[in-house]
Design a protein around this ligand. Sequence first.
Ligand code: THU
Length: 149
Amino acid sequence: MISEDLKEKLIRLAKEAQEKSYAPYSNFPVGAALITEDGDFFTGCNVENISYGLTNCGERTAIFKMISEKGPQAKIKALAVTTKADIPCTPCGACRQVIQEFSLPDLVVIYKGSNDYVVMPMSQHLPGAFTEFVAVNQDGSSKRIQTGT
Ligand code: THU
């Protein structure tokens, strides 16, 4: 779990980031803020596109900024998502999978629930996450692939 101070700081940073949102189609600005394993903060907002499917959510914007600034070993300790409308909004399925890719085992996600903000551990956020598979080569040999390998 995280301290109340850190939770409040992540919500404040996410709310600042949502002000930068580019959301002319949905009119639904979203902000995200995360803290890494070693205490750095990254923020992001949703960036929409007239070809709707090209839209990038706020959470993934923050995560891609983290990796491009810190490198491939970076890990997320906690991530908050906010909306301008201040209505309940959990990270979408695509973002959950991307959060999972870079999460510490005890990562928490903070989002607006029906009343207050909810702090949810990753284990509840994406139960049964896709984190490994066996790749079979043409010659019949196989290799176990796990997140990050
Ligand atoms: N959106 C996010 O940025 N994050 C989420 O987790 C949910 C949805 C954005 C995508 C789109 O720009 C707008 O919200 C409406 O779906």
